[in-house]
Design a protein around this ligand. Structure first.
Ligand SMILES: NC(=O)c1ccc[n+]([C@@H]2O[C@H](COP(=O)([O-])OP(=O)(O)OC[C@H]3O[C@@H](n4cnc5c(N)ncnc54)[C@H](O)[C@@H]3O)[C@@H](O)[C@H]2O)c1
Length: 329
């Protein structure tokens, strides 16, 4: 397929573009900043540019990964989030529907499910078990609100046009440090997150390819590494995660001790990607067991960790992510 990939200069986009090409798809990258996979430098918020891209590049399907996201909250006004994540998404959906497309993949986020009470800690029954039925959904910031609205735009246009849409509520895959948590930090924190809320960028890219090729109807998916727990563990995870981990993964404690790492004392939410496995045939290749195997064998961690990474959108210079008049390159 000839695929329009937005956000092609970003962390996900730069991994996804080559994967799509290797899968036999022709990629047209669109981003506000240049990049190896970016053919067109401009904004999804620019409807004239979007129409021009559809008219001249023979696009057959869209993967819409370009966005302002959580770290951008501190860097851009709320209006920019509305322009990029809502107007930009609507522009692409309407252009795709008008062109008679059958497939649209929207990169959403698990972050929109993190209400204030979820962020505050475990729920009444223990760790929140977060699959696609989790609700009510009440995003706590402009990122979540605009992604949620983007999702609703997807559902609206899919209902009206019959276009198949995959909404991928993706867990964490960023390589930089989490500035909200100090202990543990770095690779130890990332490794711990593979228990319940993280996946590699490579697995996120593979999920997008699977969604592009297998989507039918309009479906929402939670994407994360498969947790080594079941719902029955939820109460115990919130009180004493280490005991549950010891039971499920007996070697974890010793391997962590050898590395000087610490396991989480409590786990207060778990993302469940079972639906994506069932309907898309996608399962993250890197899970917590892969991390333990790397620790056991003394191999590098199977995930990227780069404290110095920042989104390329910050290098946009004069190119505003929500500029109304786009340019092509
Ligand atoms: N990184 C994570 O952990 C994570 C988790 C969940 C969901 N996501 C989602 O995954 C997607 C990709 O995120 P990422 O981590 O690669 O972020 P990123 O910032 O590295 O990439 C996003 C890209 O979108 C581009 N962009 C911004 N405004 C644009 C506009 N108006 N028009 C076209 N392109 C624009 C940026 O220049 C950037 O290259 C985003 O939709 C994000 O919300 C990311």
């Amino acid at each position: 397929m000839r695929v329009l990939l937005t956000g092609s200069s970003g962390w996900l986009g730069r991994h996804l573009a080559p994967l799509l090409e290797a899968g036999g798809h022709a990629v047209t990258g669109l981003d506000v900043v240049p990049g190896a996979a970016t053919a067109i430098v401009g904004s999804v918020a620019d409807r004239a540019l979007v129409d021009q891209v559809f008219a001249h590049h023979g696009i057959e399907a869209v993967i819409h990964a370009g966005a302002l996201h959580k770290p951008d909250i501190a860097r851009f006004p709320r209006q920019a989030f509305v322009a990029v994540n809502v107007t930009g998404t609507l522009n692409l959906l309407e252009a795709a529907a008008a062109a008679g497309h059958r497939r649209f993949v929207f990169t959403s986020t698990t972050s929109l499910m993190v209400r204030d009470d979820v962020r505050a800690g475990a729920g009444p029954a223990g760790a929140w078990w977060m699959d696609e039925d989790f609700g009510p959904v009440a995003p706590r910031n402009v990122y979540g609100i605009t992604k949620r609205t983007g999702e609703e735009m997807c559902r609206l246009v899919s209902r009206e046009s019959g276009m198949a849409v995959a909404i991928l509520r993706t867990g964490r895959f960023f390589p930089e440090d989490d500035d909200t948590q100090a202990v543990p930090s770095g690779p130890n924190l990332k490794a711990n997150e593979f228990l319940h809320r993280r996946l590699t960028v490579e697995d996120a890219a593979r999920a997008h390819l699977a969604a592009l090729e297998r989507i039918a109807g309009c479906e929402t998916f939670v994407l994360s590494a498969p947790p080594p727990f079941t719902r029955d563990d939820a109460a115990a995870l919130a009180k004493d995660a280490r005991t549950v981990i010891r039971r499920r993964l007996p070697e974890a404690e010793a391997l962590y001790a050898r590395a000087g790492w610490i396991l989480p004392e409590r786990i207060e939410r778990v993302y469940d990607p079972a639906k994506a496995e069932r309907l898309l045939g996608w399962r993250a290749r890197t899970d917590f067991a892969a991390i333990l195997a790397a620790l056991r064998d003394g191999r590098p961690m199977p995930f990227a960790h780069d404290p110095g990474w920042t989104s390329p959108v910050l290098g946009a210079g004069g190119a505003e992510p929500c500029r109304d008049t786009g340019t092509t390159a």
